[in-house]
Design a protein. Sequence first.
Length: 404
Amino acid sequence: MSELRVLSIYEGFFSGGARILHSDVLLGLHGGAQRHSVLSIEGEMYREATRQPMEEDACYRSLTAGGVQVAALRRETGTAGSPDAADAPPVFTADELAATARATAAADVVLSLKEQPLALLNQAGLPLRPVVVCLHRSDPENQGPALDALLAAVAAGRVQACVCCAESTRLAYAAAGVPAELLHVIPNGVDLLRFRPDASRRASVRAALGIPARAPVVTFAARWAAMKNVPLFLASAREFLRRDPAGYVVMCGAGMTADNPGLREEIASALGGEPWLADRMRMLGVRGDMEALYAASDVVSLTSSSGEAAPLCLIEGMMCGAIPVATDVGDCAQLVAGRGLLTPFDPEAIAAAWTEAVVRAPLFAPALEAAREQFSRTRMVAAYGALLDQVHGGVPRAVLPEPL
């Protein structure tokens, strides 16, 4: 039996849970029965006040190191992903369409990471291959023209399946007009050998960050993006640091750095007349050692106001022993049920929940341990592989035009 050739289309490489998870799936499936490759529309993104060249991205390095071929249509655009370009209609050159045609012609199935790449795949003249769209949010109405592109691809018969990472995603996209029979839920999973409690990592990270061994630590792993509700997190951090003079707060992710003037302004506004509280805040930016940061944490927190489905940060943190505390967005309530705490959108309540989570950590520990198999990467990768095989086997291969 010949190997199944799968091409993934990315809008671009930038730090975020969806790309981390998708790249992990590809690495788990590549080789043997399936051969995977990636075509990125952009070679460089500017998001969350951070310029992110493809070659510097951790997912890019992991994929190429694992033998997955990665190419980009546009190497240096300079503005891709910037607020000014976000709503601009996509325009593709003849050379870009020709490169896309060659890449899709060499594939049996195409994976679209989220809806945005469908603006490219919907272009006339491209080879017709079954498309599987990977959906990672619970707010299709906030995806701008990308939702229209998804519905157009469905109407044209290009989309043969959609992977929803959470039940909230399935419900939201069904309500937005995607036929229910196309929507398949495959819950997010992580590498359980990598994400686990580790006393050595805990001690090492805390020492490197100047955090005492017994200090309560709350970690916020998120992009500097509106949906993450950073001001709410910072207001909660102020309350927490006021209440607990031994507590520390760690922030990491794209834009979560002192070099970001927007974040500095938000911190100054949140702390007001108590700027000294920032002495117990650590801004780490994009990190490649999240398993170590989570192992060093007592709480993993999320204060998002919209968009979340099954946040990877909560799953990774839980698997490292950190207690999850989150607002009620997407599938967060299901993720933390019995394992952590759900909060209202209130800084005092969130700060109190962080303290409660630290105190109750020994009570939550058995539930976190029992959940490990549920959040297994092995299960997730196998489900993706089976769906790709099903889509390929169930869709007759059409007589295709020659590549442009």
